[in-house]
Design a protein around this ligand. Sequence first.
Ligand code: FES
Ligand SMILES: [Fe+2]
Length: 328
Amino acid sequence: MLKNKWYLICASKDLKNEIKSLKILGEDIILYRAENGEAVALEDRCCHRNVKLSLGYLDGNNVVCGYHGWEFDCKGECVLIPSQMPDTKIPPKAVIKKYTVKEFNKWVWIFVGDEERAKDVNPPNVPEMNEWDFTYKEHIFEADLEAAAESLIDPYHIKYTHKDSIKQLLGQIDEFPADFRINILEDGIDGKYYRANTANASEKMYFGTKPELEVYYRFYYPNVSRLEARFKDRTLLILEHFMQVDENRISMTQITLWKNIFGFFPPFGRWFMARKSDKIVSEDIALLRSQKGILDKNKDNLHEVSVKGDEVSLAFRKYWRRRLKEEE
Ligand code: FES
Ligand SMILES: [Fe+2]
């Protein structure tokens, strides 16, 4: 499991003064916005009798355990024990783990691992995340993390996996053999290529009639993939953030962003894109789930064949495995 990384939880605007319970790398965490505005992440465990704090409630900046009412502040320190006289000292060990939280580009990220190292690492910087209109949703399911990470930028799956959602807008790749212009970067890989513009007549009026549209892909190590379709002056951008929830499940948050699309009525755009994104993700999830079942059964003798058209996926894997190895 990838420790010492920043994990994306939600847009800053969606973090309220209420408890969100999370699981990241097998660790149970509560996250909330304190009344003073601070985003607070604590372990989801009361140190009195080891019950989940997420079953309790918030009182201003503090979280109150639902069992005997012990109260913890934003630092995870117990500040009130109702069964004690008010002037009795609170045991110094009555402290729970606090996680480092960062609000970056208007999104909330939690650092999981050795807290000391949080200052040496940054979440991937994607400025569009704080500039463009968007919709997003987290999906948790059984899948292999590496396979899920490579799926968004896999150029040939769109026509088949997404035949009922975006195939028409992002037509097949006509060029043969396709040139993916892969670059290996310091913090990931990127490249671009062209897809046929197979939009219908009315879509073409809006998105342009050029026979080809440019697709830009990017992987930001360690946990964000990006796919961007550029039509004239309009852009559709899909980001996928992924993380290991526990041994078998991963979380995939798909963020769909756009520029110069739906300018006429933003709430319609968000509603429309949220439905589209759900459909797209469900198409991927069905395949990724089935793949996990097969991979688990055949761990020791994996029969997998690749061809030249898989070079983006292969470049991703090579890069990803090298980086993981360097961290060991
Ligand atoms: S278990 Fe939390 S207050 Fe007792
Ligand atoms: Fe997909």
